[in-house]
Structure formats: C-alpha cells, structure tokens
Design a binder for this molecule. Structure first.
Ligand SMILES: Nc1nc2c(ncn2[C@@H]2O[C@H](COP(=O)(O)OP(=O)(O)OP(=O)(O)O)[C@@H](O)[C@H]2O)c(=O)[nH]1
Length: 499
C-alpha cells in the first residue's frame, strides 16, 4: 500500500473537510470532460533536508552559528531503516510492465517462442518424480476428487488440494507513518487499531481465476471553469479549514492568477492548492538550531496545556540521543503537579531536572539553573515555564521578567524561545503568537497535537502571517512523537492531494 493510500485511509478531519470542499466545488459547476486527467506532479528531485539550517543564524549578534540542529538523529543517520515517519518516503515502485512485444501486431498475445538452446539451460529442469503417482490425476482442477463414499452426490467439502501458493510475505509490523498519525491518525503506536497483515498469516485459498473484466473506457474527468463564483467557494472552503481570512484570500488569489477561464479538475485544484501551501510553508520548515554556546538556553513558553512539558521531554530525549548533555529546569514553581510531571519526563529522557521550592520566583529558578548548567558544562538547558494565557498581563509580565533575569547571566540567552502551540486551538494560535513574540521574543514554534485535530490549516495562516520557523510537530503523547515539519507532506495531507 503506497504511502499516500495509507494516509488517505486514515485521513484526518481537516483534510476530509478541505478535500470534500474541493470535490464539491468542482462538482457544483463542473462538466464531464473527455480530455485526460493531468499527469501527477513530478516528484521533485530528492533533496535531503540539511541538518544545519541554510539560513543565517537567527541571532547573529553574539550567538555563534549553529553547528547542528534538531532532530539530527532522525535526519542524518543513514543506518536508520526508513520508517513511515521518515519525511523522504517515496511512492511504491511501479509494477514492472510486460514487454510490449508480448503482443502481436493485432494486439493478441504472441505464441511463446521456442527456446533456443544456445548455452547451458538456465531453466531448472523439473526433477522426474521417482515414484509414479498411483492415483489418476484429476483432469481439471475444478473436478471434485472422486470420493469413496457411497453417497451419489459429489461432496463439495473435500476440495482438491490447493496449489501451494507462494507464501504471502508478511509485512513487518510498522509504527503508523508520520502522516498517518497527523491530524487524527492515532497517536500512540500501541493504540493503533490499524489491521496488521502480519497478524493473519493463514494463506487465503486462491479463488478460481475470474476472466479479466472487459476494459472499460476511462470515466470522463469532471472539470469546472475557474470563475469568480468558483474562487469565492474556494475562499470559503479555505477559511473553514482554519486558514484564516487573510491567508485564504491570498492563497485563492494566487491560485486564480493566470487560470481564470480555464477548466480545472478536482485533482488539478488539489495539486495547485497543495503546491501553493507547500510554497508558503517551505521557508518556515527549519529544525531547531544548535549553537556551540554552552549551555544553549532554550526557553519554552505557551498557554496552559499546550504541550510544553511533553515537548521538552521529547526534545530532551532526542538531544540526549544525539549525544548532548541536557538539563531541564522546572520553571512552573507554583504547581507541584507540573514539577512532578516534568520529573517524569526527565526520567523518561534520562536527563536531570532542576527544581525550586514551591511558590518561589520562577525568574530566580531560571537564574540558578543557568549557573548550575554552566558549572556542570551542560550543552543544553531547557527551561519549562508555567502555562499562561496571552490575555493575562500579570503572567505575561512575569515571563518578560524571566527573560530579563536570564540575560543577566548570559546576555545572549535565551538562545531559543520556543512557543508551543496546541493545533486544536485553531485561529487562537495567531493571537498567542502575536502576544508571546512581543514579550518573549519567540524564535520558533512547535505545533503539538496535530495527530487529533481538524485545525491543521492554522499552520498555513501562521507561516503566512509571521514566518516564524516551525521546528517540530507533536504527533502523539509518546516520547518519540515529535517530528520535523515537512511542508510538502503537510500540504498534500491537508488538501488530500495524491501524487
Ligand atoms: N495527542 C497529543 N497530545 C499531546 C501532544 N503534546 C502534548 N499532549 C498532551 O497534552 C496534554 C498537556 O500537555 P503538557 O505537556 O502537560 O502541557 P503543558 O503546556 O506543559 O501544560 P501546563 O504546564 O499546564 O501549561 C497532555 O495530556 C499531553 O499528553 C501531542 O503532540 N499529541
């Protein structure tokens, strides 16, 4: 099953909404057009995503250039067997075709050519059976084997031994693909209800071969002339998919450019839209840069429950696996449960968690944590902060204070300020970015919970409006459910476009 068929079979709500909308738009005013469907978009030349961002360092001032980037382990280890969540999956290879000379001039199958014994015969000669069959062979495989039973009616039960079919190669049990987990495809690998072919090894009896169906003429493609009414519908569908009004209008306008009055099929409109979305997302798909500065201070901010602690645990685990020494600081000093939760993640990732007495000033914890990380020579210090709604001025001021105090120890810090956004919040993510970047100088985004939302389109709006790097996406609650952001996969999944 190809990658995209797998994706389609678990298609997320957002895409179905968008995809259904696009289908409906073309159906609404479309007409059957006998001209063939446009060829699928040619796959771009394989471009391994660099582990080091090509762009200049976000903070060129005092911060040295990044030497590495998250998640190096996923992207750079060639020994890793490709998995479904590898962003460079290719479609299944096509089935080899019969050579065209298998047909004669009339299009009928040619008679087999006699073997010319030029060299040693490579075809294995069947071994002569040393023991002659005592029983007469059935003439036709469909004939029932004569039964010794006196019953006059032939028993349908004891069918002739089925020909030993080649054992179906059971596919190795796989973790659901990244895109399979995106936007509602199920988060935890264990919870994946997808049927595993490996679990049912019993070979199916081969059905009697049925004659090939007469080749039906390909159904004519439905096409609609691109006009104002179609564009208006497109805008509505994009807004409903959470892209926001501004982005939806801009995307629609770009799609219309040079195409007004032309007929487009559903597949063409999906391809054009997927290309447009991928074009918007491409510049923001940047892994978290890693600097030679020790400790590199990563401040993690966001509203309550957006997934900060979980993301810190996942990141810490990946950095540790990449050979970095990581320390986490529990900056939510007001909630004992938050500290405990972070400690659980620290244990999972195998990294120490620095804590402060309950109720103490989070800015002073951050100060102490940097000092300790400096003393221990840690590569990375990740500071968790309490969740705060962007409309709580007092809490936002507290965050600004944390940043000020961090800069007292290291004026180049924090080297990264990650805003963790919950994809299920939809358009509210825009106002979160606006407020947090004012107060905490957000350097990049992590979008969590893309595995269970109808709101994936908001990422397009974020990229279009702010252009902040999207370092990673959360696709589940497990420690390895954090993946690099792949714009093209995302665009195809969002629009339902199949390459
Ligand atoms: N499905 C899914 N759940 C996630 C993801 N990331 C986090 N969660 C869940 O979201 C919930 C909140 O995550 P936390 O990491 O505690 O969020 P937080 O921002 O630290 O929360 P506060 O400290 O209360 O502000 C938890 O139940 C997580 O398991 C994700 O990518 N996918």
């Amino acid at each position: 099953m190809s990658f995209f068929k797998k994706l389609k079979s678990r298609m997320f709500k957002s895409s179905s909404k968008l995809e259904e909308g696009l289908d409906a738009i073309v159906e609404e005013g479309g007409e059957a057009d006998p001209s063939p469907e446009d060829p699928p978009r040619a796959a771009p030349p394989a471009q391994p995503r660099p582990a080091v961002p090509e762009d200049p360092v976000p903070d060129p001032g005092d911060t040295p250039p990044p030497v590495d980037s998250f998640p190096a382990t996923r992207e750079t280890d060639p020994s890793e067997a490709p998995t479904d969540d590898t962003p460079h999956l290719v479609e299944e290879t096509t089935v080899p075709r019969e050579p065209s000379d298998a047909l004669d001039a009339d299009g009928l199958p040619r008679a087999p050519e006699p073997d010319i014994p030029v060299e040693a015969d490579p075809i294995p000669v069947p071994e002569p059976d040393p023991t002659p069959e005592p029983e007469p062979e059935p003439v036709a495989p469909a004939s029932p084997v004569p039964q010794p039973s006196p019953e006059p009616e032939p028993e349908p039960e004891p069918e002739p031994e089925p020909e030993p079919e080649p054992e179906p190669q059971p596919e190795p049990a796989k973790k659901p693909g990244l895109m399979g987990r995106l936007f509602g495809g199920g988060s935890a690998p264990a919870a994946d209800p997808a049927p595993q072919p490996a679990a049912a090894p019993t070979p199916m009896p081969m059905p009697t071969p049925t004659p090939p169906a007469p080749s039906a003429a390909p159904a004519p493609t439905l096409r609609r002339v691109m006009d104002d009414a179609m564009l208006e519908s497109l805008e509505e569908v994009l807004i409903a998919a959470d892209m926001g009004v501004d982005t939806a209008l801009r995307v629609s306008a770009n799609i219309a450019e040079g195409r007004m009055g032309r007929k487009v099929s559903t597949n063409e409109i999906k391809r054009i839209l997927a290309d447009e979305i991928a074009r918007i997302m491409e510049p923001v798909a940047k892994p978290l840069p890693i600097y030679p500065k020790r400790p590199q201070v990563v401040l993690v901010v966001g509203v309550n429950g957006s997934g900060k602690t979980t993301t810190i645990g996942k990141l810490a685990s990946q950095f540790k696996a990449a050979g970095k020494s990581v320390v986490i600081a529990a900056g939510d000093t007001f909630r004992a449960a938050a500290v405990e939760q972070l400690q659980v993640w620290g244990d999972r990732a195998g990294v120490p968690v620095l804590t402060a007495p309950e109720g103490s000033d989070p800015a002073s914890l951050a100060f102490d944590a940097i000092k300790q990380a400096q003393a221990s020579g840690a590569d990375l210090l990740m500071i968790d902060t309490a969740g705060r709604l962007q409309n709580r001025a007092d809490l936002m001021e507290e965050l600004a204070k944390i940043v000020r105090v961090i800069r007292k120890v290291d004026e180049t810090a924090p080297h990264n300020t990650l805003l963790v956004l919950d994809a299920t919040t939809g358009q509210n993510a825009l106002s979160q970015v606006e407020t947090f970047r004012k107060l905490a100088d957000v350097s990049g985004l992590v979008m969590t919970k893309l595995d269970g939302t109808a709101k994936g389109g908001v990422l397009v709006a974020l990229a279009d409006k702010f252009g902040l790097p999207i370092h990673a996406i959360g696709v589940g609650e497990q420690i390895d459910d954090l993946a690099p952001f792949d714009p093209e996969e995302f665009a195809d999944a969002l629009t339902g476009y199949e390459r």
